[in-house]
Design a protein around this ligand. Sequence first.
Ligand SMILES: [Zn+2]
Length: 181
Amino acid sequence: MNRRRWLLQIGALGVLTWRGARAADASDSAAAIRAGWQRFLPANHGLSLDLTPIKRPLKDWQAELPGDSYAVLFEEATEPPGSSGYNHEKRPGVFVCRACQLPLFTSEMKFESGTGWPSFFSSIPGHLATRRDFKIFIPRTEYHCVRCGGHQGHVFDDGPAPTHERWCNNGVALRFLPRDG
Ligand SMILES: [Zn+2]
């Protein structure tokens, strides 16, 4: 092997090692963000974190929720883009399911996607479940609250680092609880 080719190979190895380390850092930071979600709960929040599914007649949810929230959560409607005040919410805290109050995202997971819907690059582990949906021509991944089954939004793979996920959520399906009151 000539010297020039050998140097190029050593250089390539260095770049690959650096990229591998960067990928490991990114997955470490995503895991830490998910694992540390409870740091964003308000003191004395009183929320139940029990994941046992709630069986409740739809008419009871309908009687309790605002019409636009019910339409998204239990009829899979989509709110108009740009309509949610949560697009601009930047305080530390947690976003809970508007129906059953299960925490779904933290402020640390939120990013500005420019889509007009509150967007997150990760979610609280085990609190959302996904399902393929074919409502529009392109197949999408729908997600919903594991406790009440309420529809929240769709998840895509074009989000930012460290996960490259984009959880595109309806603001009316959430309630924000600021950590510091
Ligand atoms: Zn729920």
